[in-house]
Design a protein around this ligand. Structure first.
Ligand code: FAD
Length: 461
């Protein structure tokens, strides 16, 4: 028998706003990492804020939990509905750019716009929306805000938290919070938008956001540098901050095992160095100066640094090829076999010592695992992944990896996630390792805004 909620929604919404066809639902019920295989009552697709409010109000009336989903590219299982009494609420039809204010350097976009779409819209107005991630074709505003996404240019421009001015959202009581604004300065008490950013869909359904824009970049220079070890990479970073800090846009670390797995699995991407170095750094400068000036500055920087070797991209296709070496590492690992993903936050200065100590501990506790280490070194964010054998007991290896690496990040003053969030996969670790007062405060905020616990149960807290 049809759930009464579905009958009500079908009567009050257009046909395109409700999906129950199992074939259409199937891709929405599996997470990006293929770890969760969920189920749902149906998928609701509001086409306006008012439709979103109506859906939430009917869910409140029937006590039906809601799982918000945007591009479904999140890496911690936060957007997968886990039960046929849960409604999946997706953003696809909320896909309008409501306003671009080029003079005021802001834009207002709906939650279903993809990152590529908003970057392209900003570019048409000769402005830059600087967030940039490997999933930019699919990740949508709702999810970028829900996860407080980071990515490849946080070093220069910050993460989503730094780029959102205001949000519009449907709260767990069905009311619409109309918090969109184009004000760079606004100091009026609790910042509700900041509360919703990184809330992973647990406090409401975001329908739109006002975002900060920046001046378009006029030029870019990109190089890959071969280095003997992570300590040399840290030295180069310190040098780059001092010499070209105001135009330093990306500083990505790639360890040797990551270069090796790329060579094995993505041989079509040229490797600039033979033999492979112990590690490489991808460094990008960008800004209001033209390419040639930035290229000169980057060349100067590399000449005064102690690099083993370096290649400077000569054109757009070489720039893309260098970035592919970094961006395709997760894909190469997936092709290579089972693996464990980590998203560790560390003080930048601790990264070399952490990498060295982690290698020893992993060798002792998981001798068959290969640390595949890469990440946003300039932000203190390491993806300390482990490649496993085909027949490995992944769950057991993951438990050991978490114990070893989470203890070690704590020792160095770091944390268990830098950008992916907590989701479903790290709730137990957060409960075990985070300050109990902070966890209790989060639960109090959740209980006050969502007393029925309808939004994304089991995620984050
Ligand atoms: C190839 C690849 C590269 C990636 N690189 C990066 C990277 O460099 N940096 C990084 O930070 N992440 C990265 N990610 C992870 C992922 O792309 C980001 O977390 C992204 O922000 C998720 O956006 P999404 O639209 O797919 O959200 P989803 O996966 O659909 O949802 C993510 C979370 O947001 C919540 N949510 C979704 N929509 C709403 C809404 N409307 N209102 C409230 N909550 C909502 C969900 O419930 C869920 O908890 C990468 C992923 C892939 C596959």
């Amino acid at each position: 028998m049809t759930h009464p909620l579905l009958a009500e929604l079908a009567a009050q919404l257009p046909a395109s706003a409700l999906v129950t066809d199992p074939e259409k639902l199937a891709p929405r019920l599996v997470d990006e990492r293929r770890k969760l295989h969920g189920s749902t009552l149906a998928m609701a697709l509001p086409g306006s804020t008012e439709e979103a409010a109506l859906i939430v109000q009917r869910c409140v009336a029937h006590g039906v939990p809601i799982v918000p989903q945007a591009g479904n590219t999140g890496l911690v299982g936060g957007a997968t509905p886990m039960g046929d009494k849960v409604l999946l609420m997706a953003c696809d039809r909320l896909n309008q750019v409501r306003q671009v204010d080029a003079e005021g350097y802001t834009m207002t976009v709906e939650a279903g716009c993809t990152l590529d779409e908003i970057r392209a819209t900003a570019a048409e107005a000769n402005r830059l929306f600087p967030l940039w991630l490997g999933s930019s074709t699919s990740a949508r505003v709702g999810g970028l805000i829900g996860t407080n996404a980071g990515g490849l240019q946080v070093l220069r421009y910050g993460n989503m938290r730094d780029l959102v001015l205001g949000v519009e959202a449907v709260l767990a009581d069905g009311h619409i919070y109309r918090g969109l604004h184009n004000l760079r300065k606004r100091n009026v008490g609790y910042d509700i938008a900041q509360l919703m950013i990184g809330a992973e869909g647990t406090l409401g359904f975001i329908t739109a956001a006002s975002l900060r824009l920046l001046p378009s970049e006029q030029g870019r220079a990109t190089a890959m540098v071969a280095l003997p070890d992570a300590a040399a990479a840290l030295g180069l970073f310190t040098h780059a901050k001092a010499e070209v800090g105001e135009v330093l846009t990306a500083f990505e670390y790639i360890g040797k095992a990551a270069l090796e797995v790329m060579t094995a699995q993505h041989g079509e991407v040229p490797q600039p160095f033979t033999p492979l170095p112990n590690c490489a750094v991808l460094i990008a400068l960008s800004g209001s100066q033209p390419d040639n000036i930035l290229e000169d500055r980057l060349t100067q920087l590399l000449m005064t640094a102690s690099c083993e070797d370096a290649v400077l991209a000569q054109d757009g296709s070489q720039t893309e090829a260098l970035w592919a070496l970094r961006e395709l590492i997760p894909s190469a690992q997936r092709r290579a076999g089972p693996s464990i993903k980590q998203d560790l936050a560390l003080p930048i200065g601790a990264i070399p010592a952490f990498i060295e100590e982690a290698a020893q501990l992993v060798a002792a506790r998981l001798p068959e695992a290969t640390p595949v280490v890469f990440g946003h070194m300039g932000d203190g964010n390491l993806h300390y992944n482990l490649g496993l054998a085909q027949d490995a007991d992944v769950a057991n290896c993951e438990a050991i990896s978490n114990e070893v690496l989470f203890d070690l990040v704590a020792k160095y003053g770091g944390d268990i996630s830098a950008e992916h969030g907590i989701g479903r996969f790290r709730v137990a670790a957060a409960d075990d390792r985070h300050d109990p007062v902070a966890r209790a405060l989060m639960r109090k905020i959740k209980a006050s805004l969502d007393p029925q616990g309808l939004f994304n149960p089991g995620v984050l807290i």
